[in-house]
Design a protein around this ligand. Sequence first.
Ligand SMILES: Nc1nc2c(c(=O)[nH]1)N[C@H]1C(S)=C(S)[C@@H](COP(=O)(O)OP(=O)(O)OC[C@H]3O[C@@H](n4cnc5c(=O)[nH]c(N)nc54)[C@H](O)[C@@H]3O)O[C@H]1N2
Ligand SMILES: Nc1nc2c(c(=O)[nH]1)N[C@H]1C(S)=C(S)[C@@H](COP(=O)(O)OP(=O)(O)OC[C@H]3O[C@@H](n4cnc5c(=O)[nH]c(N)nc54)[C@H](O)[C@@H]3O)O[C@H]1N2
Ligand code: SF4
Ligand SMILES: [Mo]
Length: 568
Amino acid sequence: MNSNNKVACPLDCYDACQGQIIDENIKGSKEHKTTNGKLCVNFANLLKEENLKKAFFEGKEISLEESLNILVEKLKTTTPEKTLFYKGSGNIGVMQNSTKNFFTQYGSTLTRGSLCDGGGGAGIEAGRQNVINPPIQKLIDSDVIIVWGRNFTVTSSHMYNLVKDKTFITIDPTCTEIAKKSKIHMQINPKTDYELALLFTRFAHMQDLEDREFIEEFGNGADWFFDISRNRPVVSYETTTGIPLAQVNEFFDLIENKKVAIVLGLGVQKYFEGAQITRCIDSFAAFMGFHKKDAGGVWYLSDSVYGYKKQFEVKGKNKKVSIPQVDFGSYDLVFIQGSNPVVSAPNTKKVIEGLKKSFVVYFGTTLNDTCEYADLIIPSSSFLSKKDVRLSYGHELKAISQIVKEKDENSISEYDLTNYLLEQFSFDKLKDEDEIISYYENTKPVLDDFETFDFVEELDIEPLYKEKTADNFYLITAKNKKSLNSQFAGDDFVYLNSSTKFNDNDEVLISSKNGSAKFIVKINDDIKSNCAFFFAGNKNVNYLTPALEDESSFSAMYQEVLVEIELS
Ligand SMILES: Nc1nc2c(c(=O)[nH]1)N[C@H]1C(S)=C(S)[C@@H](COP(=O)(O)OP(=O)(O)OC[C@H]3O[C@@H](n4cnc5c(=O)[nH]c(N)nc54)[C@H](O)[C@@H]3O)O[C@H]1N2
Ligand SMILES: Nc1nc2c(c(=O)[nH]1)N[C@H]1C(S)=C(S)[C@@H](COP(=O)(O)OP(=O)(O)OC[C@H]3O[C@@H](n4cnc5c(=O)[nH]c(N)nc54)[C@H](O)[C@@H]3O)O[C@H]1N2
Ligand code: SF4
Ligand SMILES: [Mo]
C-alpha cells in the first residue's frame, strides 16, 4: 500500500476533514469521526480549481526563480518597517504559519486581531481564561442543542451530521436550514443577543432553574450578572429583541432537566461590543450550569493551537496594525498570503485604493480579485503537494496531509519559501519539516478546563436599533454552502424579504456611512424583513462595511452598520 495517502482538507471550516486516496480518488476517511466517509462540495471545488502555474511580474509571466529574486531584491531595498506581512485563511494548515517567522525577523509590520472570530473569542476568554471547546463527545451526548448565531448545517455540516437527531433551538435573524429543522426558531433582531441572554437569565431565576452548585463552586460575580438582567422590565425586551415572551417560556419547557449544548457562531459577535455580547451569552450558560457537565457545554470557534508549543515563533519588536484597519497604501511593500482582501476585508474602496499605491506581492494558489492589484505573483504549491497538519476550531480531531501529488515545478510551499528567504537574509533556518509535522501529529494537547468562571458584571453596549428607522436595514452576512469565503461560487446578490418594497431582479444602490455599491435583488422570505442579507464572498458587500476595529480584540465588526436601499 502506498503510505502517502492522507490528505487534510485545508479549507477554513469547523469540520477539518480527513481525506484518503482510494483508487486514485480522494475519499472522506471513515475512521475520522467527524469526516465519517464524506467530503463536501467545497472540497470538490477545490480539486477542480485551476492552480497558478506561473509567476507574474507586472502582468508578465516569469519563472519562479525570477519571482523569488525580485522579492528578495525588493525586500533588501525597502525599509523593513515599511513592509506589511498580511496572511489570510485560504489554507489553515499549521505550515502556513512558517512565513511569519521570516517576516518577523526581517522586521515587517505584522497584523493583529482577526477578520473572523476575534471579538467572540475575547468575550469567552474574559469569562474562562481560554477559548477551548468541550470534547465533541459531549455534544453527541447532549439532548438539546441551541444553535446561536451559527449556520450549523452549512458551516459545520459534518459536526451537524453527528448530532442531527437531537432537539434543536435556533436563535438567528435568518430562517436558516437549521432554523427550519428546529423545534423553536427565535428570529432575533441583530445585535440584541445580549438582551435575550439577560432575559433568559431573568426567566431562569424566576423559575429557580439556575445551577446554584455550579455558581457556588466555580462562579465569580454571578450576583452582579443577575443584577444586570433585573434592571429592565421583562416586557421591554420583547420589542427590542423581537422575541415574544411566550417563546421564552417554550424555550425553558424544552430545556428543563435536559443536557444542553450551545453551538455559538460568528453571528452574535460581528459588532463593536462583540466580546461583551458573547460573554453575556456564555454567562447565561454558566448561570444554568451548562459548563463542566458530563454532556453539553458551549462550543465556539476554539483556539485550535491551544496547548501546542508554537513551532515557528521568533521574538521580534515588530510594529503591529489591527487587521481590519490596515491601510495598504501606507506601506512600500505588501506581502499577501492566502487571502483575498479585495473581497473579504472591510471597506473595499479603501483596500483597492491602498493596494494601488503599494508594491503588492501576492503569494497564493489561484488567481483571485486581489491579484488584479498585485505587482508580483508567486504561486504557492497545491495542498496536495504539501506536508501539513490541520487542527480544528470546531472539535479536537486533527487531519494529516501527506504529499500525494508531485508539486508543480513553478510553485513553492510556504515552508520552502520561508527557508529560502531565511537563507537569503542569513537568518537561522526553520526546524526540519518532518520534525514539525510529527510534533503536531503526535502531541495531544492538555486542554485544561477553567477553574473559575468570571461572570460579566457590567455591560456597556450601544444597540443598533437606536439608529434603526423604517427606511434602513441591518446588514447581515453569512457563509454560503457553495463557497468558502471568497473562494469558488460567487453570489453577489442582496437578499430581501418580500414585505420590503423591492422586487426580484430590481437593481438597487445600497449605501452606508462607509460607502455604496450596486446589487441585484433576490426576494427570499427566509430573510428577516428588517435585514439586507448577503453571502460572505459577495464581491460588493464590503464596500458597505467599516474598516474599524471592535472595542477589545483589534478585530473586524462587519455588521456594525445600517444600510439604505434605493432603486438605481
Ligand atoms: N460552506 C461554508 N462553510 C464555512 C465557511 C464558508 O464560507 N462556507 N466559512 C468558514 C469560516 S471562515 C467561518 S469563520 C465559519 C463561520 O460560520 P458561522 O459561525 O456559522 O458564521 P456565519 O455564517 O458568518 O453566520 C452565522 C449566522 O449568524 C446569523 N446572524 C447574523 N447576525 C446575527 C445576530 O446579530 N445575532 C444572531 N443570533 N445571529 C446572527 C446569520 O444569519 C447566520 O445564519 O464557517 C466556516 N465554514
Ligand atoms: N462582510 C463580510 N466579510 C467577511 C466575512 C463575513 O462574514 N462578512 N467573513 C470573514 C471571515 S470569517 C474570514 S475567515 C475572512 C476570510 O478572508 P480571507 O482570509 O481573505 O479568505 P478568502 O477570501 O477565502 O481568500 C483566500 C485565498 O487564499 C488562497 N489560498 C488557498 N489555498 C492557499 C494555500 O495553500 N497557500 C496560499 N498561499 N494561498 C492559498 C486562495 O487562492 C484564496 O483566494 O473573510 C472575512 N470577511
Ligand atoms: S466540510 Fe469543511 S473541512 Fe470538510 S471537506 Fe468540506 S470544507 Fe473541508
Ligand atoms: Mo472565518
